[in-house]
Design a protein around this ligand. Structure first.
Ligand code: C2E
Ligand code: MG
Ligand code: MG
Ligand code: MG
Length: 293
């Protein structure tokens, strides 16, 4: 009765070793041309201020539709790039594309927002990230303080001893630093306070746990929010999918949020459309303020 056994299903989806190897080689071979030919694209997911719902930042996320394998998850793209020695190329593309898009929104006269990019683990430890940033900012003209680097807790823990120094060097360039997927890694409180982050992003697993084990999840969330705030960091909750989650986080004093409840990741043009609506709302509130005077 294999078909009634949920495990049978699971194993059916597991790929044999040979297929995995073939997939890796094909993707590694195609990655460079995919970057050059716009087969890899970037989408942008807004981060909003929970109080006003206004968009304050856009996180750049990778998308690769491969001719043979279909959609490849960004985590697989990063893994393939790092194994294939393409970490520098991939991160350079990510930084340049995201910064140029942000400049395009500005040049179109839209309200200024920040852009965040995810930095891959190898780029953080093994290559000259500071040099790459300096070049990208100079080439695109994006002001350093408008760019946020998202670095996961696990990435900073690869090299615990040099992390405070690596991060301080990045800070001196004027970019902001966000600790991504907070709560999923193993960093301790003592590490957190020695690292110069301006923002922490609470991992979506904590937000989603609120629906399944409400009481304990709520107290964990409250603790994380207060911890970030007591260290002077802005707290962003990721993965907000329901009104209840949003209202709960707002009530707990969380300042910023991201998730399908607000906006899904979208193209640069679609985000421009949303920013344009902000402009119109500003005009309306300006006119009504004037009328009220
Ligand atoms: P992340 O940086 O934590 O990004 C958040 C992920 O959560 C994104 O998945 C986003 O689409 C998803 N998400 C946002 N809101 C919701 C929600 O309400 N519910 C649910 N279920 N998911 C939500 P995505 O785009 O598949 O990216 C997955 C991970 O891949 C990212 O996690 C990041 O670690 C990595 N990644 C994506 N783009 C890049 C990139 O350009 N460079 C690097 N190094 N890593 C990237
Ligand atoms: Mg991120
Ligand atoms: Mg995250
Ligand atoms: Mg995450």
């Amino acid at each position: 009765y294999a078909k009634h056994d949920p495990k049978a299903n699971y194993y059916a989806f597991e790929q044999p070793m040979e297929d995995k190897r073939q997939r890796y080689h094909t993707l590694a071979e195609d990655l460079v041309s995919a970057l050059a030919n716009n087969q890899i694209r970037q989408v942008y997911q807004p981060v909003v201020c929970l109080k006003t719902r206004r968009i304050v930042l856009a996180e750049a996320l990778l998308r690769w539709h491969h001719a043979q394998y279909g959609d490849i998850s960004p985590l697989e793209v990063v893994t393939v790039a790092e194994r294939a020695g393409l970490a520098e190329q991939l991160n350079a593309w990510v930084l340049t594309t995201a910064s140029s898009q942000n400049m395009a929104w500005r040049k179109a006269g839209l309200p200024a927002i920040k852009t965040s990019v995810n930095i891959s683990p190898a780029m953080y430890t093994r290559y000259d990230l500071a040099g790459m940033l300096t070049r990208t900012l100079a080439q695109t003209g994006l002001p350093a303080d408008q760019l946020v680097l998202e670095i996961t807790e696990d990435t900073t823990m690869q090299d615990i001893d040099s992390s405070p120094q690596i991060l301080s060097q990045l800070r001196r360039l004027g970019v902001e630093l966000a600790l991504d997927d907070f709560g999923t890694g193993y960093s301790s409180l003592s590490h957190l306070k020695s690292m110069p982050f301006q923002k922490i992003k609470i991992d979506k697993s904590f937000i989603q746990a609120c629906s399944s084990a409400p009481q304990r999840a709520h107290s964990v969330l409250r603790t994380i929010i207060h911890l970030g705030q007591s260290l002077g960091m802005q707290v962003v909750a990721e993965g907000i999918e329901t009104r209840a989650q949003y209202e709960h986080l707002f009530a707990e004093g969380c300042q910023f949020g991201q998730g399908f409840w607000f906006h899904r990741p979208m193209s640069g043009d679609e985000l421009a459309g949303l920013l344009h609506k902000h402009l119109q709302q500003d005009n309306v509130s300006y006119l009504s303020d004037k009328a009220a005077m």
